[in-house]
Design a binder for this molecule. Structure first.
Ligand code: DGJ
Length: 751
C-alpha cells in the first residue's frame, strides 16, 4: 500500500519508500501541506507542527478567537485568494455577483488502484493496477455549489507524484473559471536555486540557474505552444546540490500550450511553487453540470542531485508516458532530405538520395517539406496536402513504393495546423484561419494558423492525413508547427468564450494526434515546432521522439542536448548528422564529431549523401553500425551527465544499463588547447566498483580497468601529453571539435 490515511487526523501519506508526500485537512476544511521529500516514517503527529502564522498587528485571521489561524503563510495544497492568503492562488472563479472569493472544504476522498486517465488530455498512465495508487480528494464550495477534485498519484517504481485538478459546476448558475492551475505546493523555506530550460529558436533549452529571491519569479509561455523560449519545467535545488549530490525537486507540466510555472517566496521566506495553464487571457464558461479538467503536473524528487532527478523523470516518461510500443523497439535510423535539398527536389533526386541511404545501411527515408501543392518555397501551399505533381509526377504512393522497393521505410513531413494565404484551402475556407474580426492577421514564416478549436478543421485534417497515410503506407510522420499564435480568436466561439481559445486549440491538436495514433498504431510520430518549440511531455505522450532544434551544429547541440536531458529521456531526442559547414552556424566539424554528438538520441542523417567519397561512406556505415549496436542503451539505459559544456571547453556524458554491466561514454573537447600541461582523465559513474571492465576506444583499442578505476581515477583522454611519465601512451588530440567514444562492458577476468 503506497497511500495511508489517518482518518482521525485526516492525514494522507503517499510513500513508495523513495519519497513521502504528506498533507492533511486543516480546521477550516482546506488542505494543508505537511511534507514532501525523501521517504519518512511518521508516528502521526506531523500535523502538530504545521505552521500557522505568528499573529502580528498586520495579520488577518479566519476566526475571531484564533488570531494565529490564517492562510497568510500557512502551507497549503490548493490555495485560494482573498480569505487571508495574499499569495497567488491555484484557482479563481468569477461568480454572478462579480466575486472571486471561494471556500473549498474537504468533502470526501477515495483511493484507487492504478491511475485513472484524464479526459481529452495526455497524461502519465500505468499498464497494470499494481504500478501506482491514486487518491482523489473532493472539496466543495457551498456558495458556488462547485466541486473541486484534486488527484494525486504515486508510482511504485519512480520517485514521482503526479497531480491534477478538476472542477465541476453542480449549481444552477453559470460560472466563469479564470484560473485553474494543476498543482501548488508550499515549501517551508526558500533556500533553493531555481533551474529552468530557456532559450530561443535554434538554441532551445539551455540550463539556467538563479537564486530564489523574495517575491515572484516565473517562466511562462503565451505563444500558443510550450515554446522555444521557456520549457514547462522548473526545478528547485539546494544551493550546493550538484549533478550527483543534494536535494532537487522537479516540476513538469504535461501540456503543450500557454503555461505558467511560478515560484513565490513570501515574507517569511517560504516558497510556493505553482504550475498550470497560464491564467492570462484564460476564461472558461462552466454551465450547470459542466466540468473543467486541468492538465497534469509531474513532480519528481531526488536526494542525489540533478542526475538523480533526470533518472526519475526519464524513467517516468519512458515507462508511463510514451507509447510502450516504442519503449525498446528499435527506432529507424533515417535520412531526412530537408538540409539536403530544402524545397528544391524532384522524384529523380529523391530516389537517387534514397539509393544512397540504402547503401549507407539506413532504415527510413523521410520526405520533408515541399512535396505538396505548389510548395517551392515557404510562401505557399500549406493546407494543400495533395502531391505536387510537377515534382513528383507519379504521385506519392508510387514514390513511397519505389522507396520501399529499394529497402527503406517511407516517412513524410506535415504541418497540419497551418495554412498559407496562397493556398486552395484558405481560398475555400477563409473562416478557418485564426484571426480577430476587423483586425489583420499577423504573419509568421508567411503563414497563418488554422483554428484547431474548430472540430470541422480537425476532422478535415484527419481525413486528409488518413488518406495519405493509407496511400503511401508510411511508417513515420514528422509533425511540424512553425509559428506562434497571434490575434487569437475563433469564429466558432461566442464572445463570452473567447478566453477558451488557446486551450480548445491544443485540445484539437491532441484530438488529431489521438485519432491518428489510434488508427495507425504502427506509425512513428516525431513532433517538431520549428525545431524544439513544442518539446514537452504533452507531445511525448503521442510522439515518442521530437526534433530538438533546427540547429544541427554539433557544438550548439551539446548545450541543447545537455539542457534537454535534465528533464527528457535521450530516446526522445531527434538527433541528426548534418552537412559541414553547418547550415545554421557555418562551423566546420568532422563527420565523426557530428556523429558522436548525434549518437545520443534517435540518430539519423540530414544531408545530401550524393557525392560522398568512398571513405566517407565507410565511415558512415561504421557510425550506423555503432548506433545500431548500442541503440538499446539509448532507449532504456540511464543517462548520466559528466561534464557541462557551459562550464568550459568540454562536455561528457554516458549511457549505462541498469545493472552497470555496459555503458557508452562520450567526451567532447570543443577547442584545441595549447599545452594543457597535464593528462586528463574522465571519471565515470554508475558502474560496479569491483567489476572488471573491457574498455574499447574510438579507434578500437581495448584496455581493461576495474570499475573503481574508471569511476575514481577515470579513463585517460587523448591529450597533448604523450605518456612520457610512465603513463599509458595516449595519442595526441589535435585540432578543434574532437571527441572520443568508449564502449565499456563487464568481463569475467582478473579480480
Ligand atoms: C522546421 C523544421 O524544424 C525543419 O526540420 C524542417 O522540417 C522545416 N521546418 C521545413 O519547413
Amino acid at each position: 500500500m503506497m497511500i495511508t490515511i489517518d482518518d482521525n487526523r485526516k492525514q494522507f501519506h503517499l510513500t513508495n519508500g523513495k519519497i513521502s508526500y504528506l498533507f492533511h485537512v486543516m480546521k477550516n476544511g482546506h488542505l494543508g501541506h505537511l511534507y514532501y521529500g525523501k521517504a519518512i516514517k511518521t508516528v502521526g503527529h506531523i500535523a502538530d507542527f504545521q505552521r500557522y502564522d505568528i499573529p502580528t498587528p498586520n495579520t488577518t485571521h479566519l476566526e475571531a478567537n484564533d488570531p494565529a489561524f490564517t492562510m497568510e503563510t500557512t502551507r497549503q495544497e490548493f490555495p485560494v485568494f482573498g480569505a487571508t492568503d495574499f499569495r497567488e492562488p491555484a484557482l479563481g472563479i468569477q461568480q454572478a455577483n462579480g466575486s472571486h472569493i471561494s471556500n473549498f472544504v474537504f468533502d470526501s476522498y477515495r483511493v484507487v488502484k492504478g491511475k485513472p486517465m484524464l479526459e481529452g488530455l495526455p497524461a502519465t498512465y500505468v499498464t497494470s493496477e499494481e504500478e501506482a495508487e491514486t487518491v482523489e480528494i473532493t472539496l466543495y464550495d457551498a456558495v458556488t455549489d462547485m466541486k473541486l477534485l484534486l488527484s494525486y498519484t504515486i508510482f511504485k517504481d519512480v520517485a514521482v507524484i503526479t497531480r491534477h485538478a478538476r472542477v465541476t459546476n453542480r449549481g444552477e448558475a453559470t460560472l466563469i473559471l479564470d484560473r485553474l492551475l494543476s498543482g501548488s505546493i508550499d515549501f517551508p523555506h526558500a533556500d533553493f536555486d531555481m533551474l529552468q530550460l530557456s532559450g530561443a529558436w535554434s538554441r532551445e533549452r539551455h540550463l539556467k540557474e538563479r537564486k530564489l529571491e523574495s517575491g515572484i519569479q516565473s517562466i511562462s509561455s503565451l505563444r500558443g505552444s510550450s515554446s522555444h523560449s521557456q520549457n514547462p519545467f522548473l526545478a528547485l535545488k539546494e544551493p550546493d546540490a550538484t549533478e550527483s549530490t543534494g536535494d532537487v525537486y522537479g516540476f513538469n507540466l504535461v501540456y503543450s500550450s500557454n503555461f505558467l510555472a511560478q515560484v513565490e517566496v513570501d515574507h517569511y521566506e517560504q516558497t510556493r511553487v505553482s504550475m498550470g495553464i497560464h491564467p492570462f487571457g484564460f476564461q472558461w464558461k462552466l454551465e450547470p453540470g459542466e466540468s473543467f479538467q486541468a492538465p497534469e503536473v509531474v513532480m519528481a524528487f531526488s536526494p542525489n542531485g540533478l542526475n538523480g532527478l533526470s533518472k526519475q523523470l526519464h524513467d517516468v516518461y519512458r515507462n508511463h508516458l510514451i507509447n510502450q510500443k516504442w519503449l525498446d523497439a528499435p527506432r529507424p535510423v533515417m535520412l531526412n532530405n530537408w538540409e539536403a535539398t530544402y524545397h528544391d527536389f524532384n522524384e529523380e533526386i529523391i530516389l537517387a538520395i534514397a539509393k544512397e541511404a540504402v547503401d549507407l545501411d539506413l532504415d527510413l527515408f523521410v520526405l520533408d517539406d515541399g512535396w505538396f501543392g505548389k510548395r517551392n518555397s515557404d510562401t505557399t501551399s500549406l493546407g494543400d496536402w495533395f502531391v505536387n505533381k510537377e515534382k513528383l509526377p507519379n504521385g506519392l504512393g508510387k514514390l513511397a513504393q519505389d522507396i520501399r522497393d529499394l529497402g527503406l521505410d517511407f516517412g513524410l513531413w506535415f504541418e497540419p495546423e497551418m495554412v498559407s494565404p496562397d493556398s486552395d484551402l484558405y481560398r475555400e475556407h477563409p473562416d478557418w484561419v485564426v484571426k480577430t474580426p476587423g483586425r489583420s492577421a499577423s504573419y509568421g514564416r508567411n503563414q497563418w494558423v488554422l483554428d484547431f478549436s474548430n472540430k470541422e478543421v480537425v476532422a478535415y485534417l484527419y481525413e486528409r492525413m488518413r488518406a495519405l497515410i493509407e496511400e503511401t503506407q508510411l511508417s513515420y510522420i514528422k509533425w511540424d508547427m512553425n509559428r506562434n499564435i497571434t490575434e487569437a480568436y475563433s469564429s466558432t466561439l461566442p464572445a463570452a468564450q473567447q478566453g477558451e481559445f488557446y486551450h480548445r486549440y491544443i485540445l484539437g491538436v491532441y484530438q488529431l494526434y489521438e485519432n491518428l495514433t489510434s488508427k495507425f498504431p504502427d506509425v512513428l510520430f516525431e513532433s517538431c515546432a520549428g525545431g524544439g518549440g513544442r518539446f514537452d511531455p504533452g507531445m511525448l505522450y503521442y510522439a515518442p521522439q521530437g526534433w530538438i532544434s533546427d540547429n544541427t551544429d554539433p557544438v550548439e547541440r551539446l548545450h541543447i542536448q545537455y539542457g534537454t536531458s535534465i528533464a527528457y529521456p535521450i530516446s526522445s531526442f531527434g538527433t541528426h548528422v548534418s552537412a559541414t559547414p553547418n547550415h545554421q552556424t557555418g562551423r566546420t566539424t568532422s563527420l565523426s564529431f557530428r556523429a558522436h554528438v548525434a549518437l545520443f538520441g534517435t540518430f539519423g542523417y540530414e544531408l545530401n549523401p550524393l557525392g560522398f567519397s568512398a571513405e566517407e561512406k565507410v565511415e558512415i556505415r561504421k557510425q550506423v553500425a555503432l548506433y545500431k549496436q548500442h541503440q538499446h542503451l539509448m532507449l532504456t539505459g540511464d543517462f548520466i551527465r559528466l561534464k557541462n559544456p557551459a562550464d568550459g571547453n568540454e562536455a561528457a556524458w554516458m549511457m549505462v544499463n541498469e545493472t552497470g554491466e555496459e555503458a557508452l561514454v562520450s567526451h567532447y573537447r570543443i577547442l584545441a588547447e595549447s599545452n594543457p600541461g597535464k593528462m586528463k582523465f574522465l571519471r565515470l559513474k554508475g558502474l560496479e566498483s569491483d567489476a572488471y571492465y573491457r574498455c574499447q576506444d574510438t579507434e578500437g583499442v581495448v584496455r581493461h580497468y576495474y570499475g573503481s578505476e574508471l569511476m575514481y581515477r577515470g579513463i585517460p583522454l587523448k591529450g597533448e601529453f604523450n605518456g612520457a611519465n610512465g603513463e599509458l601512451s595516449i595519442p595526441m588530440q589535435i585540432g578543434d571539435f574532437q571527441s572520443e567514444i568508449f564502449y565499456i562492458s563487464k568481463e569475467e577476468g582478473e579480480v
